[in-house]
Design a protein around this ligand. Structure first.
Ligand code: GRF
Length: 214
């Protein structure tokens, strides 16, 4: 069995994805250690969720830094103190500098509530409803420079119900996120997904991501 994977999880808010990762570790579906949870927001409820599971936390307020690079340098210091295999962005609302992204090339993943490349950025549920889309979903991708961009590792879709509102969509999308994010981290840990120059999945070149379910 492959070794446990060590994670740093970066958050800014509620931390429900963080909680899903913690729960999957607790019930041994995910062989991982969360070495540190870093938030840029002291009021992030996710910090309390981490503390409740005895996970080391730290808050680095971006407002205290003159530039993105200086803020990222502080995050790098925290991460370098730990032995981390993968940096997991879970609702982290800051764009990382190119210095950070290049330093941890192919070691940072993000989850985004849309079927990328459709709808990068905020308010994805609203946009899906406005455009009368018939499907919506979540994407997990490697982080490169640029907002919500980088090679896709996996995605999950759902069909939009008739007259569905934003609130209901948001709930169903969260459920999907809580399923797919721990699963993909686990597949990376088990080396079913290999992130090298390209992304490989169980021996096959994995160009367009894997559809988990509709
Ligand atoms: C999620 O919808 C995630 O896709 C996006 O930010 C949200 C974070 O939610 N990047 P939570 O803090 O994990 O509840």
């Amino acid at each position: 069995m492959a070794n446990k994977i060590s994670l740093a999880v970066l958050i800014s808010g509620n931390g429900s994805n963080l909680q899903a990762i913690i729960d999957n570790i607790k019930n041994q579906k995910l062989m991982a250690d969360i070495k540190i949870v870093i938030s840029n927001n002291i009021d992030a409820p996710g910090l309390e969720k981490a503390k409740a599971s005895n996970i080391k936390t730290t808050c680095i307020n971006h407002k205290n830094f003159k530039s993105r690079e200086l803020f990222d340098d502080e995050i790098i210091k925290e991460i370098e103190d730990q032995d981390v295999d993968l940096i997991v962005l879970a609702g982290f609302m800051r764009v990382l500098s190119s210095k950070f992204v290049n330093k941890y090339k192919r070691k940072i993943i993000n989850i985004h509530p849309s079927l990328l490349p459709k709808y990068p950025g905020l308010n994805t549920h609203e946009k899906v409803i406005e455009n009368n889309d018939i499907e919506h979903g979540v994407t997990v991708h490697l982080v490169e420079e640029g907002l919500d961009s980088g090679p896709i590792i996996g995605f999950a879709k759902l069909k939009i119900h008739e007259n569905e509102d934003e609130e209901s969509l948001k709930k169903r999308i969260h459920k999907l996120e809580h399923f797919i994010y721990p699963k993909i981290i686990s597949e990376i840990q088990e080396k079913k997904i290999k992130i090298e120059n390209k992304i490989y999945h169980e021996g096959n070149i994995y160009k367009h991501g894997k559809e988990f379910f509709i």
